[in-house]
Ligand binder design. Sequence first.
Ligand code: IMP
Ligand code: MG
Length: 177
Amino acid sequence: MRTLIEADEIERGVARLAAELNERYAGGSLTVLGVMTGSLMLLADLVRKLEMPLRVGVIQASSYRGTTEPGELRLSLDAMPDVVDQEVLLVDDIFDTGRTIDRLTEVVAARGARSVRSAVLLLKRGRSRVTRTPDFRVFEIPDEFVVGYGLDHRDRYRNLPYVAVLEPSDLDAEGTG
Ligand code: IMP
Ligand code: MG
């Protein structure tokens, strides 16, 4: 595994994002919806730096089915709070093909949100298959499969405090365990 973004770089990046959001939403209030499970770390670090009146909720989405290629997108909105007339910010770990953020933006808007924007830790270059782009992003990365700071491969590596590239040899070594 090769470290791509060190923990202290992430911390500074999240602080920059928080400052941008504090400015953008100054004087208003915000409902932050974390896309589970990948946004867990960013969500926890980010909301503690936000200064406006804030609500926090989660949405469950998954598109990775044990491989590094996206499969069918599954959404579960059971845990989502009421968003009618709210300013909503979707928070996710990464914008890859963009389908997750694209679909969730439509779904949340359809539930009556006043505005729906999105913030991601990572934007993967050259992968997008939608016209929408995230409104806020912390880092742009090359087209490689990454893990750590919430990002997983088969639900592993989420706890790493840094972001690392998972190389083909790591996948071989991982086996089924
Ligand atoms: P998208 O819908 O293709 O933009 O994919 C977004 C979701 O796919 C993210 O929320 C991640 O859970 C997952 N994903 C995309 N790229 C990676 C990666 O490089 N490592 C781990 N998960 C990824
Ligand atoms: Mg995800």
